[in-house]
Design a protein. Structure first.
Length: 442
């Protein structure tokens, strides 16, 4: 059972839209209810409440990054439907306050814009008698459309985007990028040397496991995998003297010790307990899957040796990137970077299937964009070794279907608001000119 403190982990998407559908049906059954619901959904009171709520959770989410990572803060405050904020009062009294999450507030704001900014304005537009009034209301409608597009861009990014990084030393190349915070378990034939087939278990299938367990099977796998006790950040320690640990029952001398999640993105090292049960056998092979391992966990099953590994989720790039040269300059007498950039070779297949290579420079404000992917210069290292002669470059990679939607929304909002204000200004100038003309005649 989920406690009150874990409200931000609940997915209330179906519940929210189910309530919206119920309200729509209720409004369709009676004129008075319809007028009341449309008036409430499109009211300025709801708009101000949503905007104030977004201000509050933005402040709380920023303050929370002192004790939690940026990604955890985003999940709790901005991607949630509901959350609980704990305030420490005098005499160590803790007050838990339920609050609406960012997804709930932005969904209500979008509905408010549609009902108040489009339906209500459209009625006024139809009833308008002068061309100038119709143009002004039309511009206001387009402005509201631009804000809805902006909110829709955030929704698409939340559910359909992929984010990760590429970390390369000079001369290295890759055609994949690695997630910062998403995990996956991969199963493969440890004896295969080429065309290795992988069976992948996504994090959504095991990251909720605490005291319970879950079984995984496959038609082509000669064993059953049992997973339990997932920790987002942990270390392997000898069993003796390890307090608060979870360990496999095999007596191998090691325990998985949970630790407080790190405050920086990509630093957590996840772990989970595993049991392998070969088909046709009652015996189980216990093990610990830990993301900090140098080699995968291997075991015999059937007539092969199999391997299982817990790793960050891997995505495919639309081409291959090779780091040719990395350059960085520091501010004098400080360790702060003034300039750092990467000269890369980007190779992709053309329409005829032939490789096409381009030399590109990626810097802090000049990303590489290809086929919906954007590669930004994000970091470099090792930063803790001032005498290091071989540096690596870290590029942040995002695949966001709505990458250009905010630009489009800002253009729409800017043009429509400029036209609306120009129409109001010209009307005001005509009024002033008429007033002065009337005063002159009198």
């Amino acid at each position: 059972m989920i406690s009150l403190i874990e409200l931000h982990t609940l997915d209330l998407t179906l519940a929210f839209w189910g309530c919206i559908v119920a309200l729509v049906i209720a409004g369709a059954t009676g004129r008075e209810r319809r007028v009341f619901l449309m008036g409430w959904a499109g009211s300025f009171h709801l708009a101000v409440t949503c905007l104030f709520g977004l201000f509050v959770i933005s402040y709380l989410g920023t303050e929370a990054q002192i004790d939690m990572s940026l990604q955890d803060s985003i999940k709790k405050y901005f991607e949630s439907w509901m959350l609980v904020e704990r305030f420490t009062l005098p005499w160590d009294f803790v007050l838990s306050v339920p609050l609406p999450g960012g997804q709930l507030l932005m969904s209500l704001l979008a509905i408010n814009l549609l009902m108040g900014g489009l339906l209500r304005v459209s009625k006024n537009l139809i009833a308008a008698r002068t061309t100038r009034r119709k143009l002004h209301l039309g511009c206001l409608m387009v402005t509201h459309v631009g804000v809805v597009v902006l909110l829709a861009a955030g929704l698409v990014k939340l559910h359909l985007s992929e984010t990760g990084h590429v970390t390369l030393f000079e001369g290295q190349s890759t055609s994949e990028f690695v997630s910062f915070h998403e995990w996956e378990i991969v199963i493969f034939d440890a004896e295969a040397t080429s065309d290795v087939q992988e069976w992948i278990i996504p994090a959504s299938d095991f990251e909720d496991l605490e005291s319970d367990s879950r079984r995984f099977t496959g038609e082509d796998l000669p064993f059953e995998l049992i997973l339990e006790h997932f920790v987002i950040n942990g270390r392997l320690r000898p069993k003796s003297g390890s307090a608060g640990h979870v360990s496999s029952p095999g007596g191998d001398g090691w325990a998985l010790v949970p630790e407080k999640p790190a405050g920086r993105e990509g630093v957590n090292v996840a772990g989970i307990l595993a049991k392998i049960k070969p088909k046709g056998s009652q015996a189980t092979i216990p093990g610990i899957l830990w993301a900090g391992e140098r080699f995968p966990f291997t075991f015999p099953a059937g007539s092969k040796t199999w391997a299982i590994s817990l790793r960050h989720r891997i995505f495919e790039l639309p081409g291959e990137i090779r780091l040719v040269d990395f350059h960085r300059e520091l501010h004098p007498n400080t360790g702060m970077p003034r300039v750092f950039r990467s000269d890369v070779e980007w190779t992709e297949l053309d329409a005829g299937g032939n490789p096409n290579m381009n030399k590109i420079r990626i810097s802090m404000n000049e990303p590489l964009r290809r086929d919906g992917h954007a590669l930004f210069q994000a970091n470099w290292g090792p930063q803790d070794d001032p005498n290091a002669t071989r540096l690596y470059s870290q590029l942040e990679v995002t695949r966001n279907p709505s990458d250009h939607w905010p630009t489009l929304a800002v253009i729409i909002i800017g043009i429509s608001m400029s036209l609306a204000m120009s129409i109001r200004l010209m009307g005001y100038m005509r009024q002033q000119a008429s007033r002065r003309l009337g005063e002159g005649k009198s």
